[in-house]
Design a protein around this ligand. Structure first.
Ligand code: IVH
Length: 675
């Protein structure tokens, strides 16, 4: 193989991998700038070496294959992409090329439109009604995501006015505002979920959710800019009138578009728009220049069915700043993963001060040849997330040090592990203070046990005071009590009481929530639900072998192994036993009860004393399986107190509050539904 052939193969492999990570996994592993650079290098190689233009090159398919989970949607007219002009000269060259084909373009006028950085969609309207919404896919065929697009509040479901063709496809860009993006990431961080890399990705991911409720919760927006209606008459002759008409029909149109008479005026207007882009609340990655008269569009035609000649994207280099990489430090995550990050001399980029940037893993640092002490180029991916592009090699003094992943955990000193098939390095010590802190914060986060008021700062304080070492200690009133909390900074009587109440309230979360909160590797919210529904109780799950767990639909071997491994660990068994003793719920309301059924649905019971046949746990399982709840304290809301032998003060309280008192036989009768 020639050098060029080898390089092309390598570039394709990198691009395919990045495409997969981006489109299929929804987890980008390189910045757009980096992807673009590699893509450009491959394009250039293919341009100069005709023999390297293979049919499977990523340069041939801009975009992703439709996911098998959605129905395919064939676009009436292919969704094209745009050529880029990275400079004013490139834009002038574009007009010159066009003028050789169609001389009338000179002076015919151009529209300038903000190029929204989101996910391209096509909306089909029949008789003025929104009938189908699709992603771009490979341009020919996308995915039918109609229910998701219906959740985008500014997509008109029925058009206003009149004059539309019987069937038309309106093209637009779905996006997430910068402010909504920041808010979502704050929420995700609190819930212990990985943040979105950028608004574009969060928008694209939201569109491809199988559950439209998730799409809706992201609060996507849309701007529209193009119409296709093959063989039908449209009530406009220019691109500018098209935009105005879209507005009248009720589509959101980006408000900063402009109409200019010629190219010199376009250059001036582009300069104005470039300055405007960073101030907008939505990501914009350039300005689209379009020939205004639509009659000329047909004459100009397309380049290889891929790009129209009548439009081009004027792109601006993202703001890149050079600053000093002071250090590479490591944060130890909940799973023990050692996450390296750059400590930078603070620098302002796009209106925000950047002083840290994630570096992901040692391989990536080595691939970019980033060394401690380097001057590095830093940008903000999607105008948001700080990113180190690479070193400025010319400024090296020889003092720079390559980064080596430590052999010992920087927090606890344990020897780290680097599994063969993974890029990450892990601290294996489950008691590592770094892991413990992250693990407890995760346990308490929203989406997990949802203990309000228990974030990083307070967990750190509780650990530091040695009140807690693990999550069970939170529930132990000898360790975390009102009196003890009041000795800590930042607690007053009221806030301490609120925290204790929030901790107590979390005891009644179902097994699925507890399983998720424990942070067992590979066990997400959905997996935890499946496990809890199948086994019903912690004790049954703990006894299950990996092979049995793996037979559940939706649970793969990795989850099964991780779960069995978790319960095989004596330390974990001890923790679970303590949580149970401290009164946490160890069962899952049955699926039927979960859907609102069950004879005890909506009822709350308190158990006191020793019941004749049922253990406390069994009685609780029984009530929860029938859709009811069990709590520790009697209140006016308690449905009934189940009384056994040697009942204590709860019985008196029940009498005082006039809460019914029943025995085990009555409980069994109620739970069986024979009332
Ligand atoms: S025109 C034939 N106009 O940019 C029409 N595209 O690379 C081709 N985009 O994914 C598109 N804002 O979704 C056009 N004002 C605008 C746009 C725009 C964003 C997106 C478009 C496509 C990509 C083209």
């Amino acid at each position: 193989m020639t050098d060029a052939a080898a390089r092309a193969a390598e570039l394709r492999r990198i691009l395919e991998r990045a495409n997969h990570a981006y489109y299929v996994l929804d987890r980008p592993e390189m910045s757009d700038a980096e992807y673009d650079r590699i893509f450009q290098e491959l394009l250039e190689l293919e341009r100069t070496h005709a023999e390297l233009r293979t049919p499977d090159s990523p340069t041939r398919r801009i975009g992703a294959e439709p996911s098998p989970a959605f129905q395919k949607h064939r676009h009436l007219v292919p969704m094209l992409s745009l050529a880029n002009a990275f400079s004013a000269e490139a834009l002038t060259a574009w007009e010159e090329r066009n003028a050789r084909l169609v001389p009338e373009v000179v002076g015919a006028g151009y529209t300038l439109e903000v190029k929204i950085d989101g996910a391209a969609v096509s909306l089909t309207y029949e008789d003025g009604v929104f009938v189908t919404g699709a992603t771009r896919g490979n341009g020919i065929e996308g995915e039918n995501v109609t229910p998701n697009l219906q959740t985008v509040l500014d997509v008109p479901l029925k058009l206003q006015g009149g004059g539309w063709p019987q069937k038309m496809e309106v093209r637009g860009e779905v996006y997430l505002s910068k402010s909504r993006f920041a808010q979502l990431n704050r929420e995700r961080e609190q819930a212990g979920e990985p943040p979105f890399a950028n608004p574009r990705n969060a928008a694209a991911g939201a569109l491809r959710q199988l559950d439209p409720k998730i799409t809706r919760a992201r609060r996507l927006r849309i701007f529209c800019f193009h119409v296709e209606a093959p063989g039908q008459k449209l009530p406009f002759d220019t691109q500018h009138d098209l935009l105005e008409q879209l507005g009248r029909w009720g589509f959101p149109v980006e408000p900063n578009h402009a109409l200019v008479p010629d190219l010199p005026a376009a250059h001036a207007e582009i300069t104005r728009l470039e300055a405007l882009l960073p101030t907008l609340d939505y990501g914009a990655d350039g300005v689209v220049v379009k020939v205004n008269p639509r009659a000329l569009h047909a004459e100009l035609g397309t380049v290889g069915d891929r790009e129209p000649r009548w439009a081009i994207a004027r792109k601006f280099a993202p703001e890149v700043q050079v600053t000093k990489l002071l250090d590479i430090r490591i944060n130890v995550g909940r799973t023990g993963a050692l996450n390296p990050y750059a400590v930078l001399e603070p620098v302002e980029i796009g209106g925000a001060t950047v002083s840290q940037a994630a570096l992901h893993n040692a391989d990536l640092i080595a691939a970019k040849d980033i060394r401690i002490g380097d001057w590095v180029e830093v940008t903000r991916a999607g105008e948001v997330i700080p990113q180190v592009l690479g070193p400025v090699r010319e400024r090296r003094t020889g003092e720079e040090r390559p980064f080596v992943m430590p052999e010992k955990c920087p927090v606890c000193g344990s020897r780290v592990e680097h599994p063969q098939d993974e890029v990450m390095t892990y601290c294996p010590n489950v008691s590592c203070p770094g892991r413990v802190l992250e693990g407890i914060v995760y346990f308490a986060s929203r989406g997990a046990m949802d203990i309000r008021g228990l974030g990083y700062e307070r967990v750190r304080a509780l650990l530091h005071a040695e009140f807690i070492e693990n999550v069970a200690d939170l529930y132990d009133r000898d360790r975390v009590s009102l009196a003890r909390l009041l000795t800590l900074d930042g607690f007053a009587e009221k806030s301490a009481q609120q925290l204790l109440a929030a901790i107590d309230a979390s005891k009644s979360r179902p097994l699925s929530t507890l399983l998720f909160a424990l942070g067992i590797r590979h066990v997400g919210a959905a997996g935890a639900k499946l496990l809890a529904r199948h086994f019903g109780s912690m004790s049954r799950l703990a006894k299950a072998a990996a092979e049995d767990i793996g037979t559940i639909r939706g649970i793969g071997p990795a989850i099964a192994e991780a779960v069995a491994g978790f319960f095989a660990e004596p330390r974990n068994r001890k923790l679970i036993a303590r949580l149970e003793k401290l009164g946490l719920t160890m069962t899952e309301p049955s699926a039927a009860a979960g859907e609102g059924g069950g004879p005890l649905a909506g009822q709350t019971y308190v158990i006191t004393g020793t019941l004749p046949s049922l253990s406390r746990t069994k009685a609780q399982e029984l009530i929860e399986a029938a859709g009811g709840h069990v709590t520790d304290n009697v209140s006016k809301k308690t449905t009934a107190v189940v009384m056994g032998a040697d009942a204590g003060s709860k019985l008196e309280k029940a009498r005082a509050l006039r809460v019914p008192v029943i025995d085990e036989a009555e409980l069994l009768r109620r739970a069986s539904g024979k009332q």
